[in-house]
Design a protein around this ligand. Structure first.
Ligand SMILES: [Zn+2]
Ligand SMILES: [Zn+2]
Length: 338
């Protein structure tokens, strides 16, 4: 989705999809919800200058095309769907522009409000994961540099309210938007239901399977939680249209959920086939995804790590180099199907 789109829910609310470039060439969809009384903004982009400019342009476009007199300062509430920088990075700027309060699920709040501390703690966990995965020291240094660079220049920003499961009674939502907690892609990931439309955020996307990471890096992520959350969404009845945090509208949410689940099942089978011999996560990642470059290396390793962790937790993979693991402080763990 690269153009402004308007949708109407079966209970008469207007939804505007505002696609903007989070990073050059990489689009994120923000949404405006208008119910006649209030204006709610869903997500904030990265906060990069180009992204902020595009958000302002999109809001002007809504004003020109659909809602005369709409101003950015009319926004009553800012909902952040999860704690990833492409969705919350613009929060300090939007709060300044609108004076509106922000809300996010409790499990992602600290990412927004205690950001500097979280980057340090999460970096340690990531560095340790990469070491245990068997990534060479030089490559680890490069990956960590890239990871920290992508964290950008966000500064901790207070979040006024917590987005609770169900129908939170927040100014702007007024108990009519259903919040569905769907951890996996992110600990505090939520989808929002408005009548027959579901804003899936990054839980379900139209083309790509949302990236996964092991919960050894961040609790409440991981493939097990993600599968439970896919199941949870498939039980939400009556969704005519699903709109993601990226990519295109989905007419068949339930089919898309099945496809995503199938893809992961196939990937789990592949990991088991690869692990007929003892393998490190780095080796498994290479066999699954081939040679990747730049940030995609990190994504591939996390994805492989999430699948290995899922199988290991369930006793389908075993660590084979136990003597080494016992002896060394940060050993590379080798996994084999068992
Ligand atoms: Zn995300
Ligand atoms: Zn995203």
């Amino acid at each position: 989705m690269k153009t402004l789109r308007h949708f109407r829910t079966d209970d008469g609310r207007d939804l505007y999809a505002l696609p903007v470039e989070a990073f050059p060439g990489f689009f994120v969809n923000l949404y405006l919800i208008l119910d006649g009384n209030s204006v709610v903004l869903v997500d904030c982009g990265t906060g990069l200058e180009s992204c902020r400019r595009q958000i302002e342009e999109r809001i002007s476009e809504v004003r020109r095309t659909y809602v005369p007199n709409l101003q950015i300062s009319d926004i009553d509430l800012i909902v952040v769907t999860h704690g990833h920088i492409d969705h919350f990075g613009g929060l300090p700027w939007i709060k300044e522009k609108t004076g509106a309060p922000a809300t996010i699920h409790v499990l992602d709040r600290r990412v927004l409000s205690n950001y500097e501390e979280r980057v340090v703690v999460a970096s340690k966990a990531l560095a340790s994961f990469l070491e245990l995965a068997g990534v060479s020291p030089q490559r680890r240094a490069r990956l960590m540099e890239m990871y920290l660079f992508a964290k950008g220049r966000y500064r901790s920003t207070p979040v006024e309210t917590i987005l609770t499961e169900g129908f939170p009674d927040l100014a702007g939502l007024d108990g009519t938007v259903e919040v569905i907690h769907v951890p996996g892609h992110c600990p505090g990931q939520v989808s929002l239901r408005l009548g027959d439309i579901l804003l899936t955020a990054d839980h379900v996307l139209s083309r790509t399977t949302p990236s996964q990471a092991p919960e050894s890096i961040t609790q409440y992520t991981g493939l097990g939680h993600f599968f439970d959350s896919l199941e949870k969404i498939s039980r939400v009845e009556g969704i005519r249209l699903a709109l993601g945090g990226h990519e295109d509208p989905m007419d068949d949410l339930y089919g898309r959920v099945r496809d995503i689940r199938d893809l992961h099942e196939q990937r789990l089978e592949k990991v088991l086939a690869i692990c007929q011999e003892p393998k490190s996560v780095a080796e498994i990642s290479l066999e699954l995804f081939g040679k990747r470059t730049s940030y995609h290396v990190l994504l591939a390793l996390s994805e492989a790590g999430a699948h290995v962790e899922y199988l290991y937790q369930r006793g389908a993979l075993c660590a084979t180099n136990v003597e080494e693991i016992e002896r060394l402080p940060n050993p590379v763990i080798l996994y084999q199907a068992c």
